[in-house]
Design a binder for this molecule. Structure first.
Ligand code: RB5
Length: 143
């Protein structure tokens, strides 16, 4: 189950991504926001990340204007590894190396065609499971 959330700038891109998820038969849960004039990205980052923390969802997709604010918010939450990716190479690498569980996107940075390819790459790349990457990921959780 994929958790998806966005602020007001990300609504249109979210709908494109939802179209892709539905075409592929991928289950998702939409944590908002809907079509509204203004909203606060930390609200949606927290909702999506909580769903991952409590195992209701396996991965998340977060969208704001740049992807920066919403990824900063997500990365403050325990166990969350959010990667802001605007290219497929990064989306693949962050799954292989960081076992990222959240993909952040900037709706004002990438168009829908590229964004959907980034989502596809992120969702279809497994973590490498290599010892050195496991070790580094564990270190992320240390104080
Ligand atoms: C909203 O104007 C914008 O600041 C927000 O979507 C995001 O880009 C913040 O990082």
């Amino acid at each position: 189950m994929i958790a998806i959330g966005n602020d007001h700038t990300g609504y249109e891109l979210k709908m494109e991504i939802i179209k892709y998820l539905e075409e592929k038969g991928i289950e998702y849960k939409d944590f908002g926001c809907g079509k509204i004039d203004s909203s606060d990205y930390p609200v949606y980052a927290k909702a999506v990340c909580k769903a991952i923390q409590n195992k209701e969802c396996d991965k998340g997709i977060l969208i704001c204007g740049t992807g920066i604010g919403i990824s900063i918010a997500a990365n403050k939450m325990k166990g969350i590894r959010a990667a802001l990716c605007h290219d497929c190479f990064s989306a693949e690498a962050t799954r292989l190396h960081n076992d990222a569980n959240v993909l952040a996107l900037g709706a004002r940075v990438v168009g829908p065609g590229l964004a959907v390819k980034i989502v596809d790459t992120f969702l279809n790349t497994e973590f490498s499971g290599q010892e050195r990457h496991i070790r580094r990921i564990k270190m992320l959780e240390e104080e």
